[in-house]
Ligand binder design. Structure first.
Ligand SMILES: [Zn+2]
Length: 483
């Protein structure tokens, strides 16, 4: 073969390759999603806002150290409920389970299956001095309700109960049983939600859907997509805190060995950060890219329509950048705490660092521990999983069942023009307790949130636009009407 022919062949291969990439991008058009649940639905927006305001005025801060909690405030909220949602109490069976779990059963036309709508009414503590307005007074100003819990998650608890209260008042009877389950210990990883699961197990309830907090309606989060996206979690990452420790004989710092415990730990940390965990696109992320990528501009479509080709590139790129895209693709390890000697001239008998780890679907606590050990490559470093709430990633919920369809249709009908997409939740929610009981667990916080509003969750000045209080109620009304 002459040199000219070889060049021609190479050029031809490149041209064909580019044509394949561009052709696939051109054919990468939006798929018809689940049809929206449209039409007028009854939403009593004024009452929804007034009720949420009253819930916010209960100072239900939960603490791992229960002595810091004000139990009277939790009780205040619980006794308020029959007053705010009288039809729910008139029509539903109500059970107070241990560990502050509240369970309502709204009997449907058949009890062959049931859906579960979840929220939590405890909140994380506030640093009031950093708030512009009091955190528990429920102040309404300029169309905004201020207060801890307005977003996380008294709004959805109120949305569920207000929707049910209105529909019961109109004589609506769902086809299947609807359970409403509210936890008072979510923020401290308490077992409340587990009590509800135990109750379902005891009573042999077959679940068609579980819906808890998770993704939200967001904008400008996916490259090249301008529409609002309703991100519905179909799985959540696992979680564990790992402590790495090195023991030594201690001693005076004037004649140290070549490597101190702090030095050995530093090397371990550097090794782990230098080799991020392997990338693996889990099913929720593949589905999200496939849904949202089709709505992106042509340049981004070239990438998302050709993940077979660009996956490696993306994996390498995000290895260096970290951040949200990286977290979607791999198990992440964030070092958060370190401890050594109490005095500057004493070599510590033991030093330790702690990392917070979010485990990607497809991996487990054990597989991550062994990946960490291989990166550290030093048996002097001891690994220990801390606490009692380490968990593997959740199972992945299906997107071809009526549970998914109800959630997707309600979201598309409530936030018109938004694209509903599956999503991988990075945080842990109470719904993880359903892992061995039902696969059909969906994670969606029924609100449209800006980036600024998302940052208020667990932060200062948490507040909600009143229209979103109504939207949350509308969303649950649409979910219930399809149940
Ligand atoms: Zn929270």
């Amino acid at each position: 073969m002459t040199g000219g022919i070889i060049v021609l062949i190479i050029v031809a291969v490149i041209v064909v390759f580019l044509l394949v990439l561009l052709g696939r991008a051109a054919a990468f058009k939006p798929k018809a999603g689940v049809p929206a649940h449209t039409g007028e639905v009854p939403v009593d927006a004024e009452t929804a806002v007034a009720n949420l305001q009253k819930l916010v005025r209960c100072r239900t801060e939960s603490y791992e150290d229960h002595t810091l909690e004000d139990d009277a405030e939790f009780q205040k909220l619980v006794v308020l409920l029959p007053e705010l949602y009288p039809n729910v109490f008139a029509r539903c069976e109500y059970t107070e389970l241990p560990d502050r779990e509240l369970l309502f059963r709204w009997k449907g036309q058949s009890d062959a299956r049931a859906s579960v709508l979840m929220a939590h009414y405890d909140v994380v503590p506030v640093e009031e001095e950093n708030w512009e307005k009091p955190a528990f007074e429920g102040i309404i100003e300029d169309g905004i309700l201020w207060g801890r819990g307005t977003l996380d998650t008294k709004v959805t608890m109120n949305g569920i109960l207000t929707a049910a209260n209105t529909l019961i008042g109109q004589g609506f009877v769902p086809k299947e049983d609807i359970y409403m389950a509210f936890s008072g210990q979510e923020e401290i990883n308490g077992p409340g939600a587990l009590r509800a699961v135990e109750w379902f197990r005891e009573h042999g309830v077959e679940l068609s859907m579980v819906l808890d907090e998770g993704g939200a309606v967001v904008e400008d989060v996916f490259p090249g997509v301008k529409e609002k996206c309703a991100l519905v979690g179909i799985a959540e990452k696992g979680l564990m805190n790992v402590e790495y420790s090195v023991a030594s004989q201690g001693g005076h710092a004037s004649a140290p060995k070549a490597h101190t415990p702090v030095g050995i730990l530093s090397q371990a940390v550097a090794n782990i950060e230098a080799r991020p965990m392997d990338a693996n696109l889990s099913e929720p992320v593949v589905k999200m890219f496939d849904t949202l990528g089709r709505h992106a501009g042509f340049g981004m479509k070239v990438i998302f329509a050709n993940m077979w080709c660009f996956k490696g590139l993306l994996a390498n790129l995000t290895k260096k950048t970290g951040g949200e895209l990286s977290a979607m693709m791999r198990t992440t390890v964030a070092f958060t705490q370190m401890q050594g000697s109490k005095a500057p001239n004493v070599i510590p008998p033991s030093a330790s660092v702690v990392s917070n780890i979010r485990i990607n679907p497809g991996e487990t606590i054990d597989s991550v521990l062994s990946a960490l050990r291989s990166r550290i490559g030093n048996d002097a470093v001891q690994l220990k999983v801390l606490g009692d709430y380490a968990c593997d990633p959740s199972p992945i919920a299906p997107t071809d069942c009526d549970g998914w369809e109800r959630v997707a249709a309600a979201a598309a009908g409530t936030w018109e023009g938004s694209i509903v997409a599956p999503y991988l939740m990075m945080q842990c929610s109470d719904s993880r307790h359903y892992r061995d009981y039902s696969k059909k667990v969906y994670k969606f916080s029924a609100m449209h949130l800006s980036a600024e509003e998302r940052a208020m969750i667990h932060g200062n000045n948490e507040r909600i636009r009143l229209e979103e209080v109504a939207k949350a109620t509308e969303f649950f009304t649409r979910v219930i009407l399809q149940s």
